[in-house]
Design a protein around this ligand. Sequence first.
Ligand code: ADP
Ligand code: FBP
Ligand code: MG
Length: 455
Amino acid sequence: MTLHLDDLRVRHLGECRHDSPLSALLAAKRTSPHYVAEGDRVLLEDTVSMLAEHGLPPEELPSFEAAGPRRKIYFDPARVTAGIVTCGGLCPGLNDVIRGLVQELTVQYDVKRIVGFRNGLRGLTARHRDDTIELTPDRVRDIHNAGGTILGSSRGAQDPEEMVDSLLLRGINVLFVIGGDGGMNAATNLAAAIRARGLDIAVIGVPKTIDNDLPYTDQSFGFQSAFAQAANFISSVSIEAAASPDGIGIVKLMGRHSGFIACYASLARNAADIVLIPEVPFALEGEDGLLARVERHVRSKGFVVIVVAEGAGQDLLAERGLLEGGATDASGNAKLGDIGGLLRETITAHLTAAGLAPTVRYIDPSYAIRSVTANAYDSVYCLRLAHAAVHAAMAGRTETAVVRWRRRFVHVPMPLIISHRNQVDPDGDLWMSVLEATGDLVLDPAPQPPLLVER
Ligand SMILES: Nc1ncnc2c1ncn2[C@@H]1O[C@H](COP(=O)(O)OP(=O)(O)O)[C@@H](O)[C@H]1O
Ligand SMILES: O=P(O)(O)OC[C@H]1O[C@](O)(COP(=O)(O)O)[C@@H](O)[C@@H]1O
Ligand SMILES: [Mg+2]
């Protein structure tokens, strides 16, 4: 999809007439290698060839509005009531973001009232809208020391009109939605309903997903903490598999449609022989099928370590009648079949038939990788995203997500952030790194000369 400058413009509620409490700090600020001034923009693309292809002057190239404080803001902080909601699956750093929002709103902008809606967007429905938490600096002081979210979260559909009514009833002027693709979809619908009623309410998204499946963000917060935890389980099965005759270590990791966790966790330990992700289909049978590759590893080095993303090989489960076609969770997300179980069974059967005596060590850490606290890196990231979100809201941006893009914090229009799914590109450099690290050949059906040697 070719994007133009106009596709990247974010919505403003109106003219910024109030002096920002940070205006003195900003007075002398100019763009530098470490700062993007508020009037400047950040390029969407970063290679010479991609930029040259547009054939446009620099100011017309597709670019994002820089995030950060403005000298003039839209809302009078004394009259603002902010709302915060966390939705979808848990993710390390949710509490860090909530804490950062509350601290920035109260300390820098002197906002007096912040309402936390409980249990996800369900908390904005008529039935649950009174079940809220008053968020103060005292209330959030220590929350980053625990995983999860003090607000709770949920899946399941809500009526945007009902949610708008809740915002009006609670007097909310700015709403922060911390959510994944589902949450950003819901926030977009909510913002559209607000706009249709001509209301003066800003909706700012803070993208959250351990799957890293949202586009236009370098990596989502919490992803790093999640894959670091996942890497520990890869170490465990590697040790177990290596210590067993004909050892088979399998780790199944979260990643519904995107295999980023599997790739990064594997690279973090560099102990996997085979990595299976949803983006790269594989066959079980045949000379280059998974079973033959597993057997070759076991015969050559005595054991094998396989990292599989939960969304990988769903076609194989469907072929075997092991997938409930079209089944979804309350939010409409596809329910997956158990690829880990299929691998365990078919590998055991294949190796046994081949005269080996496999010992299978299988770990499905499941929620254990996303319920952890944010690591130090993610904590910094969450805090800075929270600052950017508050600045965006106070400056009257709406239907906008705050993200880091090519190391800069920028504003992305919400429709863009839900325009497609971020996935591992089988032709990209991440997958190439995985192939380099594992030495595992994933051959096309057409025979090709080997690119890499199996180790
Ligand atoms: N396409 C959609 N349109 C509107 N709301 C959605 C959509 N997808 C999900 N939602 C709502 O957003 C919330 C979070 O979505 P979910 O998919 O569970 O998690 P996540 O935000 O982490 O992707 C849920 O309450 C869900 O009903
Ligand atoms: O069991 P749950 O809570 O529905 O969540 C499982 C799913 O949530 C995730 O952790 C992330 O999903 P979201 O960020 O979209 O909520 C997936 O990796 C996983 O498939
Ligand atoms: Mg999602």
